[in-house]
Ligand binder design. Structure first.
Ligand code: GLU
Length: 490
């Protein structure tokens, strides 16, 4: 590990799924590492035993992999600074505490929760943190009380002469926190477990983290962590705090606004690259204009100085638009792979997809410009898999097939005859020309001819292109649909 190498980390707590805000933090760290030729580390912060689960860890790792955020060090890949799960790093925190004890930079505090609560209540509004009752206990008697098994925490002895805590945030600029508001924070709880602020500093410093890029909900922790760096005598990283993500009502994004986890977007058919692109732009911009920034460009161009401190608004319509753009650009083969679960939901079989991928690729141009999410596939392409069991949309039956004077049955019968003619190549253009040629002798407008066929084949008067669809289906299938429709509607 060289000191000049950029090392960043994403440090999720496995207390739930990977949320949009966490995902954005992960993306920024990942892209920054790539842009700087550095390393991206994933660390699981599972020190809250009540809320952390292995299942959540797995969900987070899966979401990261799905987004393509590969980590250079961390769970499953290992690395020189492991283990990368806090619960397995107890020795590291214990030895850091021993060092601080030896240097007289921490002290044991025996105040009970009840005592502390009572003090807090008595002080009311004017409470300004722990009153340092135990800071000046006689060391010998403190040792005796510990030896006698009296419960205690370990607090940081913040130097009495420590002035304001200042640092330069890479996003927010110069920050200053008055020392008075920093009480002697607890580093190790009475059960021996490290607090978040202690574990994080031990980990960031022992992992050689050079830049801490994280949500601004941690901004108030940063001065406390700086005090811990100082006590440990370790160099501080650069801090970059990311502004909040708001819902369309300008309130902090939450469940109330709908989907908030990466998984939910994956299950709705958002493409990983589109989600990464969209989240990257929630607080960062390439040039203030470009909206389509695929991951490889992001990894080349990402920089901290283009992160804004303005809160970002999560606009789902924009995400849908962006996803549509990625769908249009991804190409047929990639689409078939990504669309698999929804093609199956639409009625295809896994086996058909595996054995006849080219047939499915031909369905791509039918919908490439009509999808904003892949979960629209069953609704838009389900008809391809019906065979003779056409599912006629009631409204379309009324407005097209049964419309007064429309002669839809006549149109269908005439079209059936043409489509049954095996001398006409089963291809979009010749079929369309042949059907169109029926209009004049029958005295029908093309629309009156084509719409009933559309309803018979696709079940709906609104559908992907008709003759392209017909070409994709077999002659037998199309004729069976027309027969079934004639039976059902006339
Ligand atoms: N584990 C913390 C969280 O999930 C992140 C800590 C940090 O980035 O410093 O909020």
């Amino acid at each position: 590990m060289t000191q000049t190498e950029v090392r960043v980390r994403f440090a999720p707590s496995p207390t739930g799924k990977l949320h949009i805000g966490g995902a954005r933090t992960a993306i920024y760290n990942w892209a920054f590492a790539k842009a700087m030729g550095g390393r991206f580390i994933l660390r699981i912060e599972d020190t809250d035993p009540e809320r952390s689960t292995e299942e959540n860890t797995q969900v987070i790792l899966r979401a990261m992999r799905w987004m393509g955020l590969d980590w250079d060090e961390g769970p499953e890949v290992g690395g020189p600074c492991g283990p990368y799960t806090q619960m397995q790093r107890g020795d590291i925190y214990a030895s850091a505490l021993e060092k601080l004890k030896a240097e007289g930079k921490v002290y044991p505090c025996f105040c009970t929760k009840e005592e502390l609560d009572a003090k807090r209540q008595a002080a009311g509004e004017s409470y300004s943190g722990y009153d340092r009752t135990c800071r000046d206990l006689d060391p010998a008697s403190a040792r005796e009380r510990i030896a006698a098994g009296e419960p205690h925490v370990w607090r940081l002895k913040v130097p009495a002469d420590r002035g304001a805590i200042e640092f330069e945030d890479a996003v927010y600029g110069p920050m200053s926190f008055p020392a008075e508001v920093m009480d002697d924070l607890v580093l190790v709880r009475s059960d021996g477990s490290p607090t978040y602020n202690f574990a994080v500093v031990c980990d960031d410093s022992s992992m050689g983290i050079t830049h801490v890029i994280r949500g601004d909900d941690h901004l108030s922790n940063t001065p406390r962590q700086i005090l811990v760096y100082e006590a440990l005598g370790r160099p501080q990283p650069v801090f970059a705090h990311l502004s909040m993500i708001l819902g369309p009502d300008n309130k902090k994004l939450s469940k109330r606004h709908g989907a908030t986890s990466v998984e939910e977007y994956r299950d709705a058919g958002i493409l990983p690259d589109a989600l990464v692109n969209f989240l990257a732009l929630l607080g960062w911009s390439l040039d203030g204009e470009t909206t389509l920034i695929p991951p490889d460009v992001l990894c080349r161009e990402f920089s901290l100085d283009r992160i804004t401190k303005k809160d970002a608004v999560f606009d789902e319509a924009k995400l849908d638009w962006m996803n549509g753009q990625y769908i249009q650009r991804m190409g047929a083969a990639a689409w078939v792979q990504a669309a698999r679960p929804w093609l199956v939901e639409a009625g295809a079989t896994e086996r058909d997809i595996a054995e006849q991928p080219l047939w499915f690729e031909r369905a791509y141009p039918l919908v490439a410009e009509r999808l904003t999410r892949l979960d629209q596939i069953p609704e838009k392409l389900g008809y391809l898999f019906w065979g003779p069991n056409v599912q006629l949309d009631e409204r379309s039956v009324g407005k097209v097939l049964k419309k007064e004077g429309a002669r839809a049955d006549e149109a269908l019968r005439a079209a059936r005859e043409v489509l049954a003619d095996t001398t006409i190549a089963w291809q979009c253009d010749p079929l369309q020309d042949a059907v169109r040629a029926l209009c004049e002798p029958l005295g029908m407008k093309p629309k009156s001819m084509f719409q009933p066929i559309r309803v018979a084949v696709c079940g709906n008067m609104v559908s992907p292109p008709l003759f392209e669809s017909i070409e994709l289906l077999s002659r037998e299938d199309v004729l069976a649909r027309i027969d079934a429709t004639l039976d059902a509607a006339f």
